[in-house]
Design a protein around this ligand. Sequence first.
Ligand SMILES: *Cc1c(COP(=O)(O)O)cnc(C)c1O
Length: 374
Amino acid sequence: MTTHVWDYLPEFERERDDILDAVDTVFRSGQLILGASVRGFEQEFAAYHGIPHCVALDNGTNAVKLALQSLGIGPGDEVITVANTAAPTVVAIDGTGATPVFVDVRPDDFLMDTTQLADAITPRTKAIVPVHLYGQCVDMAPLRALAAEHGLLVVEDCAQSHGARQHGALAGSMGDAAAFSFYPTKVLGAYGDGGAVLTGSAEADRNLRRLRYYGMENGYYVVRVPGHNSRLDEVQAEILRRKLRRMDEYIAGRQRVARRYAEALTDLTAPGELELPTVTPGNEHVHYLYVVRHPERERILERLREQDIVLNVSYRWPVHLMSGFAHLGYAKGSLPVTERLAGEIFSLPMYPSLPTGLQDKVISALRSVCAKMR
Ligand SMILES: *Cc1c(COP(=O)(O)O)cnc(C)c1O
């Protein structure tokens, strides 16, 4: 049987009664759209973070997009982010009509290099979108200081960092708004698509509720601008409420899997050979992905594939070089760290219910492949 980086079935088998009860609860509630489960999830997700407002949406891409729109960002504005991210971050920025602008990432934690922000700011810059990639937070203190100095908005992309902390503060509590995805693989995952925005702003909250509902307020009347249909489904909301109660356990499970990898692989690590993920001081890492690095990545992936172990690369193509973003005008070589990483990183299987036997199989295969390359 082929081993993949993610599989929801072990968790479903364990939680089946609760998940099916959530479905039954919604079907029997008499309200299938924007009912008690969406309202309940919004309240509980906001309370978990200690943030006043949560608006549940249909996916994480629209969470980034509508968060920006709810804060007034659109055509003519520039939004600074990174190219080492899931393409949806940039699709969402582009979708508002604003122009995405990239800074490079750091070679140690692969996250936004905040020392490059000052040079990227122009008179048109309106916001920064830090992406808390792989499960730990971008260095927020210098980012926030710069944003305050230049009057910029901060919209955190938390799609990979539910429950991550920096100096005690939760991802999603450190900006003007924060976007989450509940895509099934995520730290808090639905059984389908889902997303949400957290914000401390009552005005952004009202804008978001209108934007996800065609732009309508007070019945069937579109005010200001046409919006979208971007509601979280009631069934997914009820499943997410159940799973939110177990989110801290999921995170502990991921951290256990990460510790096991570290213990089993550390002796193989060396600069220019295998490198394991680092946790930046002050960060609590939730290990959405376990991303390792090796200059001989392609050979390693090929050898593992021969043993029926199929791994992912997050991400193989830096966003700024994708042909769909050619209109942004970035050339090869413009983000050297991002581009180098894209050729060397790959992800080991990571999910809280990863069976120990599967993890051991991956560890021993990787050990023998890496040892042969020394
Ligand atoms: C998954 C993800 C998204 C998009 O979320 P969807 O729910 O799939 O639309 C956005 N940003 C990042 C960093 C992601 O990992």
